[in-house]
Design a binder for this molecule. Structure first.
Ligand code: 4NP
Length: 158
């Protein structure tokens, strides 16, 4: 059975599609891509159908990630369809917990920052939308760290 991971942020045009792209490449590098299904979604559906934000795509491309996901809103069926739902910040986390239709679904919701080891002063993956370049670079730094530890933990669990 493949493990299914859904990354969630607000707009699904910056953080969560970046997390999905980073995780996708990481799994390819580790020859684990057959074992996982990845997707991302947003709690705000206003960008549905859009490619990731141009700034995010540019910053990601410089690190070799090609982000081609199309934004979509979180669906109630996601709580059934995915094994793990990874929230970028506390607002995403609590909104997802509230949306979960079952206790099992609620338990699938985790915080990306809890997998990040190298940035102890950060308590979320902060929304870069109104930030400059540093905000986007920070998001990528946090996500590269968090995705690596997340996959290591999942592989240990088997
Ligand atoms: P994201 O960033 O949640 O990382 O995709 C945002 C994108 C759009 C908006 C907010 C955050 N927005 O308000 O439109």
């Amino acid at each position: 059975m493949k493990k299914k991971i859904l990354f969630v942020c607000l707009g699904n045009i910056c953080r969560s599609p970046a997390a999905e792209g980073i995780m996708r490449r990481l799994l390819q590098e580790k020859n684990l891509d057959d074992k996982y299904v990845l997707d991302s979604a947003g709690l705000y559906g206003g960008h549905a159908g859009e490619l990731p934000d141009n700034r995010m795509r540019q910053h990601a491309r410089r690190r070799g990630y090609d982000l081609t996901h199309r934004s979509r809103p979180v669906k109630i069926s996601d709580f059934e369809d995915f094994d793990l739902i990874v929230a970028m910040d506390d607002s995403n986390f609590s909104r997802l917990k509230n949306l979960a239709p079952t206790i099992e679904g609620e338990k699938k919701v985790v915080r990306m920052i809890d997998f990040v080891k190298g940035f102890p002063y950060y308590h979320s993956v902060p929304d870069p939308y109104y930030e400059g370049s540093e905000g986007f670079e920070l998001v990528l730094d946090l996500l590269e760290d968090g995705c690596l530890n997340l996959v290591e933990q999942l592989e240990k669990e088997g």
